[in-house]
Ligand binder design. Structure first.
Ligand SMILES: Nc1ncnc2c1ncn2[C@@H]1O[C@H](COP(=O)(O)OP(=O)(O)OP(=O)(O)O)[C@@H](O)[C@H]1O
Length: 124
């Protein structure tokens, strides 16, 4: 039992190590983190509902998780094939597309939640 808990804690530490790498060495992840640091105070200011918080948190974690998987795939691709290769290029392009799709979805959802509140507060 003690060994099990020790191993789970070690896994958690590896994940935190990966998170540090992601936000230190990957500029796109830093952009997403920056966007989240704008969105969260805005959501607090606009007093969004619990369900809206759930949706925003889901969007943020989905984009971050997709960015993490994309970065992991880039590391693997660079390790197994450092030279130029058409299929490696396609794999990286499609992994980047996954990030872009979730980011577009998050931006649309953010607009649907925030814009009417901003309009009601400042423009109506
Ligand atoms: N080994 C390769 N063979 C062919 N094309 C590649 C290769 N490596 C990268 N590319 C092309 O360059 C693009 C950028 O790849 P790269 O690994 O530089 O990611 P990146 O956009 O810099 O991502 P990040 O900023 O998250 O590190 C890929 O989407 C792909 O089109």
């Amino acid at each position: 039992m003690f060994q099990f808990i020790k191993q789970r804690l070690a896994s958690f530490q590896w994940a935190l190590k990966g998170m540090k790498d992601l936000f230190t060495n990957h500029p796109n992840a830093q952009v997403h983190l920056g966007a989240s640091l704008v969105v969260i105070p805005l959501a607090l200011f606009l007093q969004i509902s619990t369900i809206e918080w759930c949706i925003i948190i889901l969007c943020i974690t989905l984009v971050m998780a997709m960015e993490a998987l994309n970065s992991a795939l880039e590391y693997l691709a660079d390790k197994i094939c450092p030279e130029q290769d058409e299929l490696i290029g396609k794999a990286k392009d499609i992994a980047a597309t996954a990030v872009l799709l979730t980011a577009i979805g998050a931006a649309l959802i953010g607009s649907l939640i925030f814009l009417p509140k901003i309009y009601a507060l400042f423009l109506a």
